[in-house]
Design a protein around this ligand. Structure first.
Ligand code: AMP
Length: 418
């Protein structure tokens, strides 16, 4: 099936032809007619399967077919995303799909100067792609008019409706016209969010083109049990011995990102870091250097887990499994995009095994944990760790009894007299 039977405007079909998009993906085939018909939708599809075009194309079509009297430049579409990087990417997709069609997309997110964003808005905006915090700032300062919003899109909807964002979303909803179309898109939906989203949508069409929480079909997933202190060495070995030229690595914390970047540098692997404590400039630079091959590895927290489309990225590594199990699907979904093949490797320490069980439960797949030759786990150490703290040595017990430190020196009261 080509795009033509979906009823999209001929100018839009010409753009798609120039992009060499020949066949709509399943999520596009199902969503485009529903969006055009004005329905609310709750759409789930695997990562990298063309969700952005699934909502962007019908919304641009609507703009192209608007009657002349109704052509005034007002913000009619609001797209909310959880991260700045995803906001930029969705904005770039709107720009790409509407090139030469007189449709303006503006992006607004925190951590960057608000003035150029206001200027861009003042030049006319059809779709505003924003993160919730910056949008509220603009709205509270009365710098934008949301009264013309016809469609609200929540990209990565389950993340947008979880504890971190729900209050902002509720505040934003109060500022929108009572009647508007709402579109929720995500690769994962947990049951709570599923229930909540139903209260926010009006008789929604449910579109699920794969089983809920499915991982993209062409991603090969490997799981290795390895001691945490040997993970960096094993990762460097994997990158070096397989000659991986572009690998995206996830850790759970900002600190772990910075430490791993240093560790990889010791092995001669140039890596950039992306996490929430980095300035937006540094985040953008890191991502850019990674995309254009200036650095071989990008080490990131889950700010880079959702939505990012890195062309032909083949390798994703979970240096640590995420606490939020849905993030596993989003992280590995940075590879295997648009039907390409990808490999996702997870390095799992003894303490993280319960997180591995959660991954199996969520995806419904019976993955096997493997050992990697040369990096097999040390079971003696594990047992010791399981037994709790190590027994104190005789030497340290004796020293304690004598009021000495373990080296045998008398302890001194370190408190200084004032
Ligand atoms: P998305 O899931 O929206 O991030 O899209 C994933 C990738 O698929 C992007 O690189 C898009 O440019 C590409 N893409 C989306 N729809 C199509 C299509 N119908 N044909 C070919 N490529 C597509």
């Amino acid at each position: 099936m080509s795009f033509a039977p979906l009823g999209l405007h001929s100018d839009l079909l010409a753009v798609l032809k120039s992009l060499d998009y020949q066949i709509p993906t399943p999520i596009q085939q199902e969503s485009i007619p529903e969006v055009l018909a004005g329905h609310d939708i709750l759409a789930g599809a695997q990562t990298g399967t063309g969700k952005t075009a699934a909502f962007a194309l019908p919304l641009i079509h609507r703009h192209l077919t608007r009657s002349e009297q109704n052509c005034e430049k007002v913000i009619r579409v609001l797209v909310l995303t959880p991260t700045r990087e995803l906001a930029q990417q969705v904005h770039q997709s709107f720009v790409k799909y509407s090139q030469g069609l007189g449709f303006n997309s503006v992006v607004a997110y925190g951590g960057a100067s608000i003035n150029p964003q206001i200027e861009a808005l003042n030049q006319g905006c059809d779709v505003l792609v924003a993160t919730p915090g910056r949008l509220l700032e603009l709205a509270i300062k009365e710098l934008i008019d949301l009264s013309g919003i016809e469609t609200l899109v929540l990209d990565e909807a389950d993340r947008m409706l979880d504890m971190g964002f729900i209050n902002d979303i509720n505040r934003i909803l109060k500022r929108l016209p009572a009647i508007h179309q709402t579109l929720f898109f995500s690769a994962t939906f947990n049951d709570d969010v599923f229930a909540l989203s139903k209260t926010l949508l009006k008789t929604p069409k449910l579109i699920e083109v794969a089983e809920r929480n499915a991982t993209a079909a062409k991603i090969e997933q490997r799981f290795y049990e390895v001691d945490s202190q040997r993970k960096a060495g094993m990762l460097a070995y994997l990158i070096g011995s397989n000659n991986w030229q572009q690998v995206l690595i996830f850790t759970r914390t900002k600190q772990a990102v910075d430490e791993l970047v240093k560790e990889l540098a010791k092995d001669g692997i140039k890596a950039a870091a992306v996490h929430g404590d980095k300035s937006q400039g540094a985040r953008d630079r890191g991502l850019e250097e990674f995309k254009n091959g200036k650095v071989r590895a990008l080490v990131a927290t889950d700010v880079a887990a959702r939505g990012l489309d890195i062309k032909e990225l083949q390798y994703v590594v979970n240096f640590e499994l995420p606490y939020n199990v849905e993030d596993y699907i989003h992280r590995i979904g940075r590879t295997g995009r648009a039907g390409q093949a990808g490999v996702a490797v997870s390095l799992i320490s003894h303490k993280e095994k319960y997180l591995f069980d959660e991954v199996k439960k969520l995806t419904g797949e019976e993955f096997l944990m493997q050992w990697f030759p040369g990096f097999e786990p040390d079971f003696m150490a594990q047992e010791e760790a399981d037994r709790g703290k190590r027994k104190p040595s005789k030497k340290s017990l004796r020293a304690k009894a004598l009021g000495q430190d373990a080296g045998g020196k008398a302890k001194v009261n370190k408190r200084r007299r004032r």
